[in-house]
Design a binder for this molecule. Structure first.
Ligand code: C2E
Ligand code: CA
Ligand code: CA
Length: 523
């Protein structure tokens, strides 16, 4: 009774407010720390998956090279054959050497270790790791820390071995603040190490009982390769930690707003999916168009339609805020059709005037699987008088396609109607080479993540690999997220065909996009 009176007094309510504020500061910090730690762990796991995909791509690439070598007939120890191999090695940066093997799998000669001399690595004594193809084996030829893998391919009357270096895949895998006291490694199945990222972490440090570590491992389903990332717990905890005072202050303010917020939340019955549905009905989802340009002369050769949510108050909401929900709920299906229709309404004039111009749309697996997709697309496109050959359908590598067989059939029909198919976000998904091959796409879009690494100091290894894979599959390449002149120049030198990025233009309102194209035509 006396306590209740106390809280009714001025001092009492002050104490109550301070109490709630302090409590909410503590809760805010607690929640913030927990969520951040959990996110950092998830991030580490994701990096590990990426490392595995990189290693698999490097192996795919070596196997393709061995096949090309055999087809070119560089399979003996003659000068001509060695000359051909030397050129191959020279042009493929992560292939260090190619050896010719006899029918027993013993090496006879190799490019780097000298013509016709016996290769110093006696591979009969080395551990071999089989793959699903019984003629292809991975061989432990390196020291366990030099990043070298041998990949052998036994043909009827000879064999070939490529030595590849996976060191370069490791060094940039961690964000800056995790590069100390961390380990990134790639190994064969049995945990025989191939290479590690060189960190300052010593055995002493790792054996220190007061330290804790968080680690993730991943095993390739296609090759005898596994990856592991280890980061000291303390570093994992510290990652992305903003100024704590800021959070205490933030928590305080939050505390004061807490009651209000709850009231507001309770007063807001609409759930986000209902809100998207309402947005669809009110035609609030509109396209922006980002120019795509030729990397040789930076001329605009087309554009990609990117969705925006124009709220009634005029604010523009980017797709990161709603696209996942739209995809998960299936609402994306009508939205995609609407975006295609609206975009073509805006750009049909310039596309009819210049038949070399193209426009791309993001297509999800749900779209491909939806009833009547091909029919609806055909009717929208023929209404616009834009040709199917001017339309690119971007299919992302990020999402899994549940019924790959059916999807491949739809894609094939679309191709036969003249539509062009692009593989979006290449290198970021978990699908690897076989998926890229199955889809039989015309264009490979190299993700911004790989473009970000590029500078005059390097960072081009993965892009180089993707460009050569694309060439091999007769695909055009487009690099996304080009922000600097340097990136544009280097990507052009690497043989990438087209670019997209803030360096030339951000996503524009469709009218603005058309104006830019018209301006260019007048030049
Ligand atoms: P995306 O298909 O990879 O599109 C490229 C994204 O990179 C766009 O983001 C674009 O604005 C951004 N970007 C391009 N150049 C640069 C650059 O130089 N720097 C930076 N920082 N960013 C750059 P946006 O518009 O936010 O779209 C994000 C993603 O949302 C798209 O990634 C795509 O996956 C999805 N999306 C957008 N529109 C649609 C749509 O109509 N349908 C579907 N299903 N997905 C869409
Ligand atoms: Ca895209
Ligand atoms: Ca992308």
């Amino acid at each position: 009774m006396r306590l209740a009176n106390f809280f009714r007094s001025k001092l009492g309510s002050l104490v109550a407010v301070v109490g709630v504020t302090v409590l909410s500061v503590a809760i805010t910090i607690g929640i913030y720390e927990t969520v951040r730690f959990w996110k950092n762990k998830e991030y580490l796991e994701e990096l590990n998956q990426k490392l595995l995909v990189r290693a698999e791509l490097a192996a795919d690439y070596a196997i393709i090279t061995l096949n090309e070598t055999a087809e070119a007939g560089y399979t003996t120890c003659t000068d001509a054959s060695m000359g051909g191999l030397a050129e191959t090695i020279f042009t493929k940066s992560n292939i260090k050497d190619i050896a010719i093997l006899d029918t027993q799998g013993n090496s006879v000669c190799s490019v780097i270790s000298g013509q016709r001399s016996t290769y110093p690595v006696d591979i009969s004594q080395k551990n071999k790791f089989p793959t699903s193809n019984d003629r292809i084996n991975f061989v432990e030829v390196g020291t366990g820390s030099d990043g070298i893998i041998g990949i052998t391919w036994q043909f009827a009357d000879f064999g070939l071995m490529a030595l590849i270096n996976i060191d370069t895949l490791l060094f940039d895998i961690f964000p800056m603040d995790w590069r100390d006291n961390s380990i990134a490694s790639i190994g064969f199945n049995s945990d025989a190490l191939i290479g590690t990222h060189d960190s300052t972490m010593t055995a002493d440090f790792m054996n220190d009982p007061s330290k804790e570590f968080v680690s993730y491992q991943a095993q390739s389903t296609r090759y005898p390769l596994n990856t592991q990332l280890v980061v000291e717990l303390q570093q994992l905890v510290m990652h992305n930690r903003e100024d704590e005072n800021f959070f205490i202050a933030g928590g305080g303010i939050l505390g004061l707003l807490f009651g209000l917020l709850i009231a507001q939340l309770l007063a807001r019955p609409e759930n986000p999916i209902t809100e998207i549905k309402r947005g669809i009905e009110a035609d609030e989802f509109v396209p922006y168009v980002q120019p795509l340009f030729d990397l040789k002369d930076l001329k605009i050769i087309g554009g990609e339609a990117l969705m925006r949510w124009r709220k009634p108050d005029g604010t523009m909401v980017p797709p990161s805020h709603f696209i996942n929900l739209a995809e998960d709920s299936g609402l994306i299906v009508p939205m995609t059709r609407s975006i295609i229709k609206q975009t073509l309404n805006h750009v049909d004039d310039i596309l009819i005037r210049d038949r070399s111009l193209k426009v791309s749309f993001n297509i999800t697996p749900q779209d491909l699987m939806s009833d009547g997709f091909i029919m609806d697309l055909t009717s929208i496109v023929s209404d616009s008088r834009v040709k199917p050959e001017q339309i690119v359908l971007e299919i992302t590598e990020r999402q899994e396609i549940k019924d790959e067989h059916k999807a491949a059939g739809v894609v094939e029909s679309l191709k036969s109607l003249g539509y062009r198919i692009a593989l979006d976000d290449t290198g970021t998904g978990h699908n690897g080479l076989s998926y890229i091959q199955d889809l039989n796409a015309d264009i490979m879009k190299i993700d911004k993540k790989f473009v970000d690494f590029i500078s005059d100091d390097g960072g081009t290894e993965i892009v180089q690999m993707l460009v050569q894979l694309a060439k091999r599959m007769k695909m055009q390449t487009i690099a996304e997220g080009i922000e600097t002149e340097t990136q544009a120049r280097i990507l052009n030198e690497l043989g990438v065909d087209q670019g997209q990025g803030y360096y030339v233009a951000k996503p524009l309102e469709p009218e603005e996009f058309c104006m830019q194209v018209r301006k260019q035509a007048l030049k």
